[in-house]
Design a protein around this ligand. Structure first.
Ligand code: GDP
Ligand code: MG
Length: 653
């Protein structure tokens, strides 16, 4: 019986108050004791609390009894006013009576709002029937408002719009309501006005969730199908899968099969998060909960896979999730060379962060590591930080880059590809692969210039939403980044929605900060992959004492390479500790040096110690010192501490 179950998410742009609204729901339903309540309760990771952002989706089960409030008459009155045409002689609907007399199981999933964690959002949406779309009244509709709404609509979810932070003085609540109504094509009166801070309007919103979000479909008598929407590794119990049961039932001791990997195992425990792990005798169709699988091999339990019963198998798996497309790539290495520890840590972290991809990589300077794919630089930053905190590993990350496709002269087909490009504007990865191009995800994979016929770089469709007053500032900035303006539209609250085409490489570093900067913090942005375009891409190598440091090479568009070369060379001059000898730091494209600095030698003034002394002795000493310098510069290897890589990376991101 799923009649009294409601599964829903809260979606919004970052900081619009999702986690705070969830706090009020947790209080209202007495899921968390008032004494234990803290702000953004569902942001459980230290990292989330410190940075004030949600990184992980967070499911929680709540029990809601409308009648407990003893405000039956109030609800009934309200519904009488709201539904004047839909009442019986007594003045209220039969459904109202049932509503106040029932106990509801509410499964809420709080989601992140930052674009780098959108995979968490899309996976959450596949586990629920409804979504509260929350919009901050002080910010209005922003980029992830639209992006996440689009995802929810594509899933066919019931959307309940709400404008938040109405407690703040001087906020344009009604203006935001109008923009939200315009966006959804609904009436302004259907947009809720709430404050997650004070709790104003929150209960009415929760009631609406119960009324509008349909109970899940699915039958307990059918074979088990459970969608794994998230998972984590527990040292004692192995892999714990967070699941949404579509059909069937599952209990402790059941033999289950993971349909994607074919692995069989026995259920050690089933339960729900309320908000802590709470064992329950079983999970049934329509419910959201967890299954302790006991699996120790993290690779055996993939997010998106379907769990079924080993005895009574489902005929086919659930659709699962689309593969994530990483936007940026960087090498991760252990600073203390703990290669095996790093491998284990990345595997386990990947279980909890399905958008992280990795393949092994070797580096002469940094040893064994992984080339990892990320959804953006915040994602990279969070992964490095989680490896440090949760797995006690110091990580060195190489300069992040996008992926390129390279057509070498051996391939004869660039005319065909060119035809494709002309036809569509963009070539897809599949089209390029069909023509046998090289996939280049690290600068080391970039072929020798003499072999290169054409290079293709990834482009994105960017949406910037800004108060119209800042359009004039944003335009020139975007164009300076090789952007092409496509389309502009205006929202009811005076905001402009600007659409641009931009090279992905232009937006991964500092772009968002700059867009915020030229709009006094008001603009927001979102992007999606468009395809590949031809570009003049070169590899910039960094030479230290005449030797290429492969980890510092970068791939760049020609027009931007000189500025970058100067910046890196200057940074390195500052960062590399002085040696006993002079060190040349150079940037080169192929054999051509385009920037150069010399880190002067640490001058150990030996002669200063000699009080007076005769001139010949003094000269001899100086000569000896000079020789020493020469020898070391010639034969010595400049040791670059891992710190330098780390600092250089921080500057370049
Ligand atoms: P999320 O990123 O959408 O989860 O947003 P959070 O719940 O973390 O809230 C972001 C910030 O907005 C926090 O500083 C909250 O205290 C604040 N906030 C959230 N809801 C309200 C509200 O209704 N009124 C006010 N004044 N501040 C709020
Ligand atoms: Mg949050």
């Amino acid at each position: 019986m799923t009649k009294h179950i409601r599964n829903f998410c809260i979606i919004a742009h970052i900081d619009h108050g999702k986690s705070t609204l969830a706090d009020r729901f947790l209080e209202l339903t007495k899921t968390v004791d008032k004494r234990l309540m803290k702000e953004q309760f569902l942001d459980k990771m230290d990292l989330e609390r410190e940075r004030g952002i949600t990184i992980k989706l967070a499911p929680v089960r709540m029990i809601y009894r409308p009648e407990v409030r003893n405000q039956k008459s109030e609800i009934l009155n309200k519904s009488k006013i709201q539904n004047p045409n839909n009442q019986n002689d007594l003045g209220f609907r039969a459904s109202d009576l049932e509503f106040v007399n029932s106990e509801y199981i509410l499964n809420l999933i709080d989601t992140p709002g930052h674009v780098d964690f959108s995979y968490e959002v899309s996976r959450s949406l596949a586990a629920v029937e409804g979504a509260i779309l929350l919009v901050d009244a002080t910010q209005g509709v922003q980029a992830q408002t639209i992006a996440n709404l689009t995802l929810a609509v594509a899933q066919g979810l019931t959307i309940i719009p709400a404008v938040n932070k109405i407690d703040l003085p001087h906020v344009a609540v009604e203006e935001t309501v109008r923009a939200v109504a315009q966006l959804l094509g609904c009436a302004e009166k259907d947009v809720f006005r709430v404050s997650g801070k004070t709790g104003q309007g929150v209960e009415a919103l929760l009631e609406e969730v119960v009324r509008q979000v349909p109970p899940p479909k699915g039958a307990a008598a059918q074979p088990l199908t459970a969608l794994i929407f998230d998972s984590q590794y527990d040292t004692y119990r192995g892999v714990v899968a967070h699941v949404r049961l579509m059909d069937g039932e599952v209990r402790k001791g059941d033999a289950i099969t993971l349909m994607g990997t074919g692995v069989e195992t026995e259920v050690l425990e089933t339960g729900v998060l309320s908000p802590e792990f709470t064992p329950s005798p079983m999970l049934a169709a329509g419910e959201i909960g967890y299954i302790v699988t006991g699996l120790k091999e993290v690779r055996q339990c993939r997010v998106g896979d379907t769990i079924t019963s080993a005895r009574k198998r489902a005929s086919r798996p659930l659709p699962g999730y689309r593969e994530v497309r990483p936007f940026v790539f960087a090498g991760l290495f252990s600073a203390d060379g703990e290669a095996e520890d790093l491998r284990e840590a990345i595997e386990k972290l990947q279980l909890n962060d399905a958008s992280l991809t990795y393949v092994p990589q070797r580096s002469s300077a940094l040893g064994f590591g992984f080339r990892c794919g990320f959804l953006g630089l915040l994602h990279l930053d969070i992964v490095v930080e989680r490896l440090r905190r949760e797995y006690d590993l110091e990580i060195i990350a190489t300069v992040p880059n996008v992926e390129y496709r390279v057509l070498t002269v051996q391939a004869q087909t660039h005319a065909d590809i060119y035809a494709d490009t002309r036809g569509q504007g963009y070539v897809t990865a599949e089209q390029l692969n069909a023509h046998g191009v090289l996939e280049v995800k690290t600068p080391q994979e970039f072929p020798d210039p003499s072999r290169i016929e054409k290079v293709y770089e990834p482009w994105v469709w960017v949406t910037v939403i800004t108060p119209s007053t800042y359009v004039g500032n944003i335009m020139p900035f975007v164009q300076g980044k090789r952007g092409i303006a496509r389309h502009t539209e205006y929202l009811a609250d005076g905001k402009a929605v600007l659409r641009y085409d931009l090279p992905l490489s232009s937006i991964i570093v500092n772009f968002y900060d700059n867009v915020k900067g030229v709009s006094q913090g008001y603009a927001s942005m979102d992007y999606e992959f468009a395809g590949f375009r031809e570009a003049d891409i070169k590899r910039l190598d960094i030479l230290i004492a005449g030797q290429v440091a492969p980890e510092l090479s970068v791939l760049m568009e020609k027009s931007e390479i000189e500025r970058r070369a100067r910046a890196v060379v200057e940074s390195l001059k500052e960062l590399i500790p002085r040696q006993m000898f002079a060190v040349k730091i150079q940037a080169a494209i192929g054999a051509k040096i385009i920037a150069s600095e010399t880190l002067s030698a640490m001058r150990k003034d030996v002669t200063a110690k000699l009080s007076g002394g005769d001139v010949t002795r003094r000269r001899k000493l100086l000569e000896k010192q000079k020789k020493g310098k020469k020898r070391m510069a010639l034969f010595g290897n400049v040791e670059i501490p891992p710190e330098v890589y780390r600092k250089l990376l921080q500057r370049s991101t």
